[in-house]
Design a protein around this ligand. Structure first.
Ligand SMILES: *Cc1c(COP(=O)(O)O)cnc(C)c1O
Length: 845
């Protein structure tokens, strides 16, 4: 099938016919590229200004605009010209090979399937709740720009994440508006017969039908699955109704729909998949589905098929706390596991063992992250620090291995810059770094941006802040009207905030570990900052709490009530219903973006990266991405060290937050020269913009995924699936023998002698019947001062005279460290197998 083009028009189900001259509009409206290429904004605005402003959904505009308006638009020559030039621009974009097409042999990577429980592409497609989803959305958008062959798999929720309304007491209430799929920018996927593509999923006692929708993200297709099919049993129709439902069983079935149903969709559509990328453990059931397909296609057994397919599975973990992993109690999952185990021709216990820490403990819940670990050939966290934290978390699966060697790397998140730059920032960057700058390798962006003059940069910042303030006033007014506020209050909303005052932004999920109220630690001190007669600051705050998180709701209430203080009402605004559209405005306009999590609980954090391109600065805990990005030239930090949580540090970090504002940020912002420019501030903005924007872009992130993960994993997968399954059979056979012989392998005598600059070591290893070619004997020492551990391979010096199956390994090591820092160990070796990810055996002396 044609994976890159739009499906033929004849197969559209619900399109409203467009008048002559406007035929291309449906295609444009169904390509979510309008979320990052603002080329077409003018067109939608002209068609129906109000609907565009309220919904940001062009597809809905085409459905709701009057026929008379359409006919009129069809006569509007200028509009038609715009449309034609946009259609041409889109056609060119779709043909553009991008970085991947231009620099890599595309046959080395046919297709990556990216599985995620949520996708944050636009507020017009509300199937996301926060950072995880927005990262997934940015991943697809960037893959489109760079020509990386990806297809997305997700769920279409009839009720996405909730909308937030505050009660008169500032307590969060939730509304769950119904997403009418007909008005979302998605369309049904036809099957070969021209009907609606559905896949079947076997559940205990019944078959679930799952309908398939398609969203276009530039060159990338996103398939969304939904169970609201009239042919399903009534209660099954609501399986995909909510994002993150309360019930465990519904959640389990959703994850089966994502992993297993998603895999079937790819098969039915004829995709040749090299890589399955599991964005969080939610998608881990694809490990089973993919292995099952491999069994059907090759006749391999489950474990042989797992050896083959695992090499092509990639797992990205996103949480820094073990408690956040999805787990299912044995009694809940058993009936589902029985069915799966039958298909895979293994026992239920064998299947459940894949999700347990201790494979033999039948009482242990089934952990989706463990399944993802055991089913993947590469695993990564989302920042350097989070990689470290994840190694600690997953150490339970590799009990006898040192923490530093737990097989979890990291690729630091990034944001899709064209989605988060304001039109003015786009213009500024275009002037200095040309158009199309985000689709290549970002060379020269930094040096070009460092040429921008102080005057230009400061004028840009001033206008960005002014625009934000206008937006906040409009939004606040709407918020007050919706609450039926008194007209005096609405009148006041027209004057809140001051375009010349240092503007701080804080917006994110409200939950205890993010410490949203750290800035309120000493209210008097904050009030002084806000109401300083000469050098005041002002604050814009937004954020939702999880519907069941009363602590988070209390934190919202604290801020919202603080914002109503009569003395500072013009200086602090709490905006309801934080979502992507609001985030876009905030990150474009604020001077300083604040982030105060308890280290190391923010795995990466991405909102702070969104201010970079717009010239905003970061003041943050040294956690997640900021622990890597921070230097004194680009922003400010409020401390944080280690990988353990220390709530008792709240007080000292709050103190540092105030000091930073009082002693550094406020003085620097207001330190103006004769031209009215704060030179040091502007210098800092320039450094942060030019150095950090490319580094924390998803462009850099995707290139790392491609080069460090996707390409090697695709090569490994092809190698293992080669030879018509013989390699996988050989590996399984080999592993079988290893299991048999491993218990007999042991150390014999060990001899150490001081030698030139260190020591000389000889160890004897008894190998039993096992071929020593498949062993590796190493000398290990923990790293000093957080350095990487030392691992030295010992050379085999032949067999021990007079003994059977006993070999001597030797090493001359030059080192300052004493011998007792070192321990010899034996691990399995096989050129195709990743140790310890795939085999965690280890024998220590
Ligand atoms: C970027 C973004 C997030 C994630 O940001 P964090 O830094 O992880 O809090 C959450 N919600 C919205 C609407 C966003 O735009």
């Amino acid at each position: 099938m044609n994976n890159h083009g739009a499906l033929p028009t004849s197969s559209y189900f619900f399109h409203r016919p467009m008048p002559e001259g406007l035929e291309g509009l449906n295609d444009l409206a169904l390509d979510l590229r309008w979320t990052w290429s603002h080329f077409s904004d003018r067109l939608w605005e002209r068609l129906d200004h109000e609907t565009w402003e309220r919904t940001g959904n062009p597809y809905f505009i085409l459905q709701s605009v009057s026929q008379a308006r359409l006919e009129e638009a069809a006569q509007d020559l200028e509009l038609r010209r715009d449309l034609q030039s946009w259609l041409k621009e889109r056609k060119d974009y779709l043909k553009e090979p991008g970085w991947f097409g231009a620099t890599h042999a595309t046959e080395l990577l046919q297709k990556v399937a990216y599985f995620s429980m949520e996708f944050g592409l636009s507020e017009a497609l509300p199937i996301y709740s926060g950072g995880l989803g927005i990262l997934a959305g940015d991943h697809l958008k960037t893959a489109s720009d760079l020509g990386v062959p990806i297809v997305g798999i997700g769920l279409l929720y009839q009720q996405g994440y909730f909308r937030q309304i505050l009660s008169p007491e500032s307590w969060q209430a939730e509304a769950f508006p119904y997403n009418d799929p007909i008005s979302l920018p998605v369309m049904p996927v036809p099957n070969l017969e021209g009907g609606w593509l559905r896949v079947k999923l076997q559940l205990p006692g019944r078959t679930l039908l799952v309908r398939v929708w398609q969203a276009n993200v530039g060159k990338v297709r996103l398939f969304l699955l939904d169970s609201n099919d009239p042919l399903n049993a009534p209660r099954d129709r609501s399986i995909t109704a909510n994002l993150y439902p309360g019930g465990q069983e519904q959640r389990l079935i959703q994850e089966m729909v994502l992993g297993i149903g998603g895999w079937h969709v790819l098969e039915d559509l004829g995709y040749q998949i090299d890589i399955c990328h599991l964005n969080e453990g939610h998608a881990a059931f694809v490990v089973f589905a993919r292995a099952r397909s491999c069994m059907m296609n090759t006749g391999l057994s489950f474990y042989e098929a797992l050896w083959t397919t695992r090499a092509g599975n990639v797992f990205t973990t996103h949480t820094p706390v073990e408690a956040a992993f999805d787990r299912y109690e044995p009694t809940l999952i058993r009936p589902y596991a029985d069915y799966l185990a039958d298909l895979l021709k293994i026992s239920r216990d064998q299947l459940l063992a894949m999700g347990r820490q201790n494979p033999n403990n039948a009482h242990e819940p089934f952990n989706m992250a463990y399944l993802a670990m055991r089913g993947s050939g590469a695993v990564n966290g989302v920042s350097q620090l989070h990689g470290q934290v994840s190694r600690k978390i997953f150490q339970t699966l590799y009990a006898r291995w040192p923490e530093a060697e737990i097989p979890v790397g990291h690729i630091t998140n990034g944001v899709h810059v064209p989605s988060w730059d304001s039109p003015a920032a786009d213009a500024l960057w275009t002037k200095h770094c040309r158009k199309g700058r985000w689709i290549g390798t970002l060379d020269n962006l930094c040096s070009n941006m460092s040429q921008v003059t102080d005057e230009e940069l400061w004028n840009f910042r001033v206008s960005q802040r002014l625009e934000l303030i206008h937006y906040v006033r409009r939004r606040l007014e709407r918020q007050l009207r919706e609450h039926g506020a008194h007209s005096d209050l609405i009148q006041q909303a027209h004057h809140v905030l001051d375009p010349n005052v240092l503007t701080l932004g804080f917006a994110r999920r409200f939950t205890a570990y993010k410490r949203p109220t750290l800035l309120l630690w000493q209210r008097e001190r904050l009030l002084r900052l806000l109401s300083d007669p000469h050098h005041p600051v002002q604050l814009i705050v937004a954020g939702k709490a999880h519907p069941h998180d009363d602590e988070g709701k209390r934190l919202i209430q604290t801020w919202a009530q603080f914002a109503t203080h009569a003395d500072i009402r013009d200086r602090v605004v709490f905006l309801e219903d934080y979502e992507m559209a609001l985030a876009q405005e905030l990150v474009a306009g604020v001077d300083v973006w604040l982030n105060t999590p308890r280290r190391p609980l923010e795995a990466s954090g991405t909102s702070g990266m969104k201010v970079l391109v717009n010239g905003g600065l970061n003041l943050s805990e040294l956690d997640g991405w900021w622990a890597e990005a921070y230097t004194p030239e680009v922003g400010w930090e409020i401390g944080g060290e280690g990988i353990d949580v220390h709530p008792e540090r709240d007080a000292s970090e709050a103190e540092r937050l105030y000091q930073c504002l009082e002693d550094h940020i406020v003085p620097e912002f207001y330190d103006r020269d004769q031209e009215g420019i704060p030179r040091t501030w502007v210098h800092r903005v320039r450094t942060s913009m030019s150095k950090l924007t490319p580094q924390f872009s998803s462009n850099r992130m995707i290139r790392e995924y491609v080069e460090r993960v996707y390409l090697p994993a695709a090569a490994a997968y092809r190698h293992r699936s080669g030879d018509e399954g013989k390699r996988a059979k050989d590996i399984q056979q080999w592993k079988h023998q290893l299991d048999e012989h491993w218990p007999l392998i042991r150390f014999g005598e060990i001899q150490m002698a001081p030698a030139e600059g260190g020591f000389f070591l000889e160890v004897q290893v008894y190998c039993g019947e096992w071929n020593p070619q498949f062993l590796c004997v190493e000398l290990y020492a923990d790293g000093l001062d957080r350095a990487e551990p030392e691992v030295h391979v010992m050379a085999q010096r032949g067999s021990l005279p007079g003994m059977v199956n006993t070999y001597v390994y030797a090493l001359h090591l030059s080192t300052q460290r004493p011998f007792d820092h070192y321990t010899p160990r034996i691990i399995p070796f096989h050129p195709d197998i990743s140790v310890p990810l795939e085999i965690d055996y280890i024998i220590w002396k």
